[in-house]
Design a protein around this ligand. Structure first.
Ligand SMILES: [Fe+2]
Ligand SMILES: [Fe+2]
Length: 154
């Protein structure tokens, strides 16, 4: 599978999990925690694949415009990974505060995914040829296996 299709497939998974999470009520204490942890694990791997494999390839093949996109996308990752998600993991799942934070995280991620699919990925397709995208996809599959193994061992 090529790198872009692979990442879009991840987006679908995360979007579905976010929908599920935001449709829960304060009574679904355990389910909320489970869904949040699944989202955390999915994002950990997805973000790593983008930041370590696709983003650098775009930055390297592109110019100033691509470098700007690169830094913006990385910053959006950082907002979720180091601010929003850690806060959420420390919020009681049975509270309204939790629901509020989920809503904000969902909006941030949806915006980010939209930008990737509308700008960054089409740019990658322009800058990199079919073989390169296939090759990056293979690298991603291998890296995903490795990271999943690490998650399981943690
Ligand atoms: Fe991303
Ligand atoms: Fe993404």
């Amino acid at each position: 599978m090529n790198a872009i299709d692979l990442l879009i497939r991840d987006h679908k998974v995360v979007k579905k999990l976010l929908e599920e999470l935001s449709s829960t009520t304060e009574r679904a204490v355990k389910k909320r925690a489970e869904l949040l942890h699944r989202i955390e694990r999915e994002l950990q791997i997805h973000t790593a694949l983008e930041e370590e494999i696709l983003y650098p390839a775009i930055k390297q093949a592109g110019g100033k415009e691509e470098a700007k996109m690169y830094y913006e996308a990385k910053e959006e990752h950082r907002t979720v990974d180091s601010l929003v998600l850690p806060d959420l993991l420390h919020t009681e799942t049975g509270t309204l505060e939790f629901a509020g934070r989920v809503k904000v995280m969902k909006e941030l991620l949806e915006h980010h995914v939209e930008e990737e699919e509308a700008e960054l990925f089409p740019t990658a397709k322009k800058l990199l040829d079919k073989d390169e995208l296939e090759q990056l996809g293979l690298t991603m599959e291998a890296q995903r296996k490795l990271l999943k193994g690490e998650q399981r061992a943690a």
